[in-house]
Write a protein that binds this ligand. Structure first.
Ligand SMILES: NC(=O)C1=CN([C@@H]2O[C@H](COP(=O)(O)OP(=O)(O)OC[C@H]3O[C@@H](n4cnc5c(N)ncnc54)[C@H](OP(=O)(O)O)[C@@H]3O)[C@@H](O)[C@H]2O)C=CC1
Ligand SMILES: CC(C)(CO)C(=O)C(=O)O
Length: 318
């Protein structure tokens, strides 16, 4: 029997998320190629390092690191770990590195982040969403701190398998199996769009409030006013999802709230963007779900106010 060739994996954007999953896959023996931008020289010289409460201190050196997509070999799986704020420029980069029939997994937060990429990608490429339930951030060039969790769930977005249930499921299962081989919990999701609404139940309150109030999860969960605001924002996201036809159990919001109480102080990725004067992911996490809810006849006033305040902060921080 012939052995299937192991897939080649490309990481498009080696930050906290791309660095974590890429390093874990490489250490599991996969052939992983990393595209970097400002941290290329540091990672090329000194490698990638992970300080993980779950996996301990792990390193990868040398790293198959690239400063230009055009230098990368064609990859069978591409994991997109950039911020959504750069998605307009991303499609040509992805198309350049993708092998024919490649699977592209968008690891970003936010609603329908795959849509704008899809328009500019060849139809032959399979586009998937990867929802990362993890707390990671970069503490120095090439250094990722992993504070909690790690699961990544995959769902099919679009591509030539869209009308072929078996093939679509096979692709998603293949992706989840890659992560599981690297010691990471990963499940296939039947409805990516709905799952993105679920994830917003956490990201809408905590990402934005961490920037607006300059507080991590410990402080946000310790104060009566912020606790009320978080719960009210979570309830609005659930309403928005319901208006758009996606049932989210009320207990899901409670579950997210309780889960956050068990986290050691966590500062979401949006806070790190604000701190480093990078643009905030406001379109993906706020504007798009607000617009979708509004189109379904549902106003979300607290979320709208949070979005307006964050837009002000984002413009002043630019
Ligand atoms: N951090 C977390 O715990 C979680 C994050 N997410 C989501 O994952 C996504 C990534 O977040 P995160 O990893 O925290 O972000 P980071 O800012 O840590 O990483 C983004 C990386 O992409 C690189 N990049 C951007 N554009 C390019 C480009 N054109 N070419 C090469 N590299 C590029 C950046 O390089 P440079 O340094 O030059 O800017 C940076 O290294 C976001 O959508 C976030 O919301 C989801 C769940 C949890
Ligand atoms: C904190 C957590 C786990 C919430 O889903 C996360 O994945 C995020 O920061 O986006």
């Amino acid at each position: 029997m012939t052995q299937a060739t192991p897939p080649r994996i490309g990481i498009i954007g080696t930050g906290a998320i791309g660095g974590f999953y890429g390093l874990m896959l490489a250490r599991a023996g996969f052939d992983v190629h990393f595209l970097l931008r400002s941290e290329y020289a540091a990672v090329n010289d000194r490698g990638l390092h992970l300080n993980s409460v779950v996996h301990g201190a792990l390193s990868l050196h040398p790293v198959q690191a690239y400063a230009r997509a055009s230098d990368m070999p064609p990859c069978d799986w591409l994991l997109v770990g950039t911020k959504t704020t750069g998605n307009l420029e991303l499609a040509p980069i992805i198309a350049q590195v993708a092998a024919p029939d490649a699977k592209v997994v968008v690891l970003q937060n936010g609603l329908d982040v795959e849509d704008s990429l899809r328009e500019h990608l060849p139809g032959s490429l399979h586009l998937l969403g990867g929802l990362c339930y993890i707390c990671v951030h970069r503490s120095a060039p090439g250094v990722v701190e992993h504070q909690a969790l790690g699961r990544i769930n995959l769902g099919y977005h679009s591509g030539s398998a869209i009308n072929d249930d078996l093939r679509r499921q096979g692709i998603v299962e293949e992706g989840a199996a890659l992560f599981r081989q690297a010691g990471i919990d990963s499940q296939a999701m039947a409805n990516l769009h709905q799952a993105r609404w679920h994830k917003l139940v956490w990201n809408v309150p905590y990402n934005g409030l961490s920037v607006l109030l300059g507080a991590g999860t410990t402080a946000l969960m310790a104060d009566e006013s912020s606790r009320e605001l978080i719960q009210a924002l979570m309830a609005e996201v659930v309403l928005g999802a319901q208006a758009c036809g996606h049932e989210i159990a009320e207990s899901y919001a409670e579950q997210m709230f309780t889960m956050t109480e068990s986290l050691t102080d966590y500062w979401p990725s949006m806070y790190h963007d604000h701190l480093h004067k990078r643009p905030l992911e406001l379109a993906a996490i706020y504007a798009r779900p607000l617009a979708a809810a509004k189109a379904a006849g549902c106003e979300l006033p607290r979320m709208q106010a949070l979005y307006q305040a964050l837009s002000f902060i984002d413009r002043r921080n630019a």
